[in-house]
Design a protein around this ligand. Structure first.
Ligand SMILES: [Zn+2]
Length: 331
């Protein structure tokens, strides 16, 4: 069989990752990365095009193997029927953007559009930890916490397309404010953003931590430019390796809340498998294991006993692999 290729793009809050994927094997044959940056629609598009162009040229395909189609997964709200990326300030998109048309005009191939969690799930379903499974949940811990329900091999979307929003289940009545306007939601306690905020808060109160050595000076709370997203998963992993007391305590608390959230969906949905992904899960095994332990302890014993909780297998590439499959995926 001739090899067929497609382009997959993962447009996230911090980076744009584009890749050329061999469709039968899921193999990534060329990849390119750009910072998403900030600005306006005018500034995001050139960066997006550049990442795609670079991925195609890095793939070094012969002329016969032009990519068959292109798929894009976006960390923001999309309108699939109109092919629009709705305003997403964290991506520098200030008004809705006809992203499907723009990409079609430039690359002259069919274009599929989805959100970041859904494309990562399609990647895992076809070539990762969901392969051969038809009843599972995919949960990604990152800037927020997103989830997808796969039922009978298809993504279950619910009445308004919002099913799987595990990041906004309530784990603490009257608790912390969440980005959605609600209170006490899971992602306000266990996302990388929440963990970062807590760590920076503790550092600004003078708590001792090796993070002061690991983080660049401008990321520390005393710097005027410090932002709440300044701590990366790899930096947290380094602090864990050094047995840093503060980081271990904060991660332990986040894992407990994440475990509570998972136990609620285990009891309610009774899945066969939960696939956990995202940078922090990938980089810090201790965080993954503590989460699994709490989830199993809190869940009812029968569903917990018939459940596997595993790590996502495609890591950073789950989004681009799934996006490349998007135009041919039954939605
Ligand atoms: Zn919320």
């Amino acid at each position: 069989m001739d090899e067929e290729y497609a382009v997959g793009v993962d447009l996230g809050g911090t980076k744009i990752l584009a890749g050329v994927i061999e469709l039968n094997s899921g193999r990534v044959v060329g990849v390119a990365k750009k910072k998403t940056g900030s600005g306006s629609n005018k500034e995001v598009l050139p960066r997006l095009f550049e990442a795609i162009d670079n991925a195609i040229s890095n793939a070094n395909l012969s002329n016969v193997a032009i990519p068959k189609h292109l798929g894009i997964g976006i960390a923001g709200q999309v309108d699939r029927t109109q092919g629009l990326l709705l305003a997403a300030p964290n991506l520098g998109v200030t008004a809705s953007l006809p992203i499907v048309n723009l990409l079609q005009e430039r690359y002259k191939i069919p274009v599929g559009l989805g959100n970041d969690v859904e494309v990562a799930t399609i990647g895992e379903l076809n070539f990762g930890a969901g392969k051969g499974q038809d009843n599972f949940l995919c949960i990604f811990v990152g800037t927020g916490i997103g989830g997808t329900i796969v039922n009978k091999g298809e993504i279950y979307r619910g009445t308004t397309g919002t099913a799987g929003e595990i990041g906004h289940i309530t784990i603490n009545a009257d608790g912390r404010h969440c980005g959605c306007g609600g209170r006490g939601h899971l992602e306000a306690y266990a996302s990388r953003t929440a963990i970062t905020r807590t760590l920076l808060g503790e550092l600004s109160r003078g708590q001792a931590s090796i993070l002061r050595e690991i983080l660049p000076r401008e990321a520390l709370p005393e710097a005027a430019t410090a932002t709440s997203l300044a701590i990366r998963s790899k930096q947290i992993a380094k602090a864990v390796e050094a047995n840093d007391e503060l980081v271990l305590r904060v991660l332990g608390e986040a894992a407990r809340y994440l475990g509570y959230g998972l136990s609620s969906v285990i009891n309610f949905y009774n899945p066969r498998r939960i696939i956990l992904g995202g940078g922090l899960i990938d980089a810090v095994n201790l965080f993954f294991e503590a989460t699994v332990r709490h989830a199993r302890q809190e869940a009812l014993s029968v569903p917990a006993a018939h459940l596997e909780i595993v790590k996502a297998e495609l890591g950073d590439y789950s989004g681009i692999v799934g996006a490349a499959l998007l135009p041919q995926f039954k939605i």
